[in-house]
Design a protein around this ligand. Structure first.
Ligand SMILES: [Zn+2]
Length: 82
């Protein structure tokens, strides 16, 4: 019984060691070198208001990204597009 516990302890040690090895290799960050521009001003096509890109609601239509000041404007835009 004691030997069994000893084996468990060894197993746990090996496990933590392996975990440490895997953790030491840094995972590549998602998105790579993409750095978002935070305070670029974008125009809302519905109400013609300029808003910071970080605050805007985005909608992609036909490969073009549109920015909106609010969900209401985004909905308005979708309604007009149909
Ligand atoms: Zn708007």
């Amino acid at each position: 019984m004691i030997r069994y516990i000893f084996l468990l302890a060894i197993g746990y040690l090996v496990y933590t060691l392996l975990k440490g090895v895997f953790r030491s290799s840094p995972p590549s960050p998602p998105g790579g070198e993409e750095t978002p521009v935070e305070d670029e001003m974008v125009k809302d096509p519905v109400c013609d208001t300029y808003i910071p890109r970080s605050m805007a609601i985005t909608k992609t239509r036909g490969g073009v990204v549109y920015y909106f000041c609010s969900q209401k404007c985004a909905e308005e835009f979708s309604r007009h597009q149909t």
